[in-house]
Design a protein around this ligand. Structure first.
Ligand code: AQP
Length: 331
């Protein structure tokens, strides 16, 4: 059975982008795979996190994963900092990866913005830690949103260089599993930027904890253009906001954009937004309700994470020890 590793940063409340680009896919992949799903708190602190908020968000995200359908008995759910294997292997990989490779990473450029000199060193080596996350478990399949594909290519380069430099065949190749629909959900305020949980504007995203009223308000205010919806999906190309909203409705209702446009093409955004609001409310209400129920028992959620970390360590420890032995560390 192939092993899957994937992570989400507890850097805020997960968004509809995290759900359609990652979590929904994670739920489906539980069938037929051995899955490790990780709250990557080491990644989260590459940008400033308020400590109390980080703790609370880690539990909220755990609740959201379980509420979305991740089974913590059959699979492993844990927080990254609870297994030191990630940090140990990441250090070795920092010494394998080349600065030139990291310089090409577009996510660093996006997240550091104009003040690159002021970004944390952790943000710069973030892709090496992501490589360590996967390689510490010899995971071979990695569900990621479209935005993370470049990091996975880098992880493969690092694995190959490690194997080559040390003359071993130790780290296997890793394959991205990108969900077919809505691989990238864009901001509700700007269709050219991705929807992000740390975007300063709450109106730019649907949070997985938003209630029906909040969803309705955000969709009503979502940016659109003055033209009616087209009937041909190709005509969405130059209309990023319209394309984003159509893609979201298609993904949530398990239809193609062409099928959505067969129903809504030619009409204005008013009735379309009503349909989108209803679909979002219907799809997210069960998750929101179950999340609320789970959050009432933080002890249970902490227990899930603790047990998950123990099971994760049992897999990673022999692998990371062997990597340390290959490098020449005396243990
Ligand atoms: N807008 C998105 N569309 C599709 N997939 C997305 N993902 C994130 N945003 C979108 C996918 O969600 C998984 C977990 O992401 P993450 O939390 O590790 O980090 P991120 O990609 O940086 O997500 P955010 O929401 O933008 O977080 P912040 O604001 O903290 O940086 C990944 O598989 C990602 O592809």
């Amino acid at each position: 059975m192939q092993r899957i590793f994937s992570g989400i940063q507890p850097s805020g409340i997960p968004t509809l982008g995290n759900y359609l680009g990652a979590i929904r896919n994670w739920v489906a992949l539980q069938q037929g795979h051995e899955c490790l799903y990780c709250l990557v708190d080491l990644h989260a602190i590459t940008t400033w996190q308020d400590p109390a908020a980080l703790r609370a968000q880690t539990l909220t995200q755990t609740a959201i994963l379980l509420a979305s359908g991740i089974d913590p008995e059959r699979h492993i759910v844990f927080n990254q900092s609870a297994n030191s294997a990630h940090a140990r292997l990441a250090w070795i990989l920092n010494c394998v990866a080349r600065i030139g490779w990291l310089n090409r990473m577009t996510q660093f450029k996006d997240k550091a913005g104009k003040d690159r000199e002021g970004a944390s060193a952790g943000l710069y080596v973030y892709p090496n830690l992501m490589a360590a996350d996967i390689m510490a478990y010899h995971a071979t399949r990695v569900p990621v949103g479209d935005d993370q594909k470049q990091h996975l290519e880098l992880a493969n380069d690092i694995a190959q260089k490690f194997n080559h430099d040390y003359g071993v065949d130790f780290f296997p190749a890793m394959e991205a599993v990108v969900p077919p629909a809505a691989a990238r959900v864009m901001s509700l305020r700007d269709g050219t930027r991705k929807m992000s949980k740390s975007d300063p504007s709450d109106q730019s995203r649907i949070n997985l904890t938003d209630d029906a009223d909040a969803i309705a308000l955000k969709i009503r205010r979502a940016k659109t253009d003055p033209e009616p919806l087209p009937t041909d999906p190709a005509d969405l190309e130059a209309r990023p906001e319209a394309r984003n909203l159509v893609t979201i409705l298609a993904a949530l209702s398990d239809r193609t954009p062409a099928e959505v446009l067969a129903e809504h093409g030619g009409s204005g955004f008013g009735p379309f937004k009503d349909a989108l609001t209803q679909q979002l409310q219907q799809s997210l209400a069960p998750i929101t309700a179950e999340t609320r129920r789970l959050l009432a028992d933080p002890g249970y959620l902490q227990g899930v994470l603790r047990r998950g970390a123990g099971r994760a360590q049992a897999i990673s420890e022999p692998i990371v020890r062997e990597a340390e032995r290959i490098v020449g560390f005396v243990s």
